[in-house]
Design a protein around this ligand. Structure first.
Ligand code: DHB
Ligand code: FE
Length: 285
């Protein structure tokens, strides 16, 4: 059987990708950010997942405002890095897992979560920056990746509670897949940030730290946070944090916090990062 052994949460700031791609990781501003992921790179190299499900948002790159799916599952064999205005990032093509993705689509849709199936999609910084942070700069990504795009760009995005319940449905789907596969699920985006308007640059470390605590110890509390509260407390783009709740819903009620990192700022964003191990599934190793 396939199993979800752990969840990874991380911000996906595009400037982090640019710093890596342009050889700036040793500059003090960026060194502080990348140092926070050294432990994580070792951890994931030891865990060696077969598949990572990466919950991310497309920033009007693959999906223009013409069509905005709420939840879109990448079922293709490959996903190329998107050109976001400066040419595609020099990172490997993402290889999908069409069989597991099709199984997840079937299981989750019959479980009454109406996903959009995507058979052709380029992936932007929302997906590639978390991969770079966790895997560094390899020739090929070391595992298969299933992208799950969540709309947090155009109102109304899904609620945190809906995202959490979708995560639980994804877990049921993975655990009913017959092949032995080790799966890690990523929730990306956040933490507090606002990119435009009069409050551009807003960061709220108190809110972010309480959210990190909630992810570890009290998800039932943070799934109740309303859109207006994310907006008020964490800035217009703080809503990206609902994607972390998809990841959290795919884990046990009680998780083991393996690693936490928080630094301010990177570009306009508070960078937050968690590794949560799924005790029941790690034990089954
Ligand atoms: C920034 C952060 C994001 O999550 C994003 O999608 C774009 C920009 C930033 O901090 O600049
Ligand atoms: Fe973003």
């Amino acid at each position: 059987m396939a199993k979800i052994v752990a969840g990874v949460a991380t911000s996906h700031v595009p400037a982090i990708g640019a710093a890596l791609d342009n050889g700036k990781t040793q500059e003090p501003y960026w060194q502080r950010v990348f140092a926070g992921y050294e432990e994580s790179k070792k951890w994931i190299a030891e865990v060696k997942p077969d598949v990572c499900i990466v919950v991310f948002n497309d920033h009007a790159t693959a999906f223009s405002v013409d069509v905005v799916p709420t939840f879109a599952l990448g079922c293709a064999a490959e996903f190329a890095p998107a050109d976001e205005g400066w040419g595609p990032r020099p990172v490997p093509v993402v290889h999908g897992h069409p069989e597991l993705a099709a199984h997840i689509a079937q299981s989750v849709i019959l479980d009454e979560f109406d996903l959009t199936v995507v058979n052709n999609m380029e992936v932007d910084h929302g997906l590639t920056v978390p991969l770079s942070l966790m895997f560094g700069q390899p020739e090929e990504w070391p595992c298969k990746i299933i992208p799950l795009a969540v709309n947090v760009v155009l109102f109304p995005p899904p609620t945190g509670n809906r995202c959490f319940n979708l995560g639980a449905a994804i877990r049921r789907a993975v655990e009913s897949y017959p092949e032995d596969l080790k799966v890690v699920i990523f929730g990306t985006g956040g933490m507090s940030h606002q990119i435009s308007g009069p409050r551009a640059g807003l960061i709220n470390s108190e809110f972010d730290k309480a959210f990190l605590d909630g992810m570890s110890n009290d998800p039932q509390k943070i799934i109740k946070i309303k859109h207006v509260e994310y907006m008020r407390e964490a800035g217009a783009e703080g809503i990206e944090m609902v994607m972390w709740l998809v990841m959290r819903g795919a884990l046990d009620e009680h998780v083991r916090e393996r690693y936490r990192f928080y630094t301010v700022p990177a570009s306009n964003t508070a960078v937050g990062h968690l590794i949560l191990e799924n005790p029941s599934q790690m034990a089954a190793e």
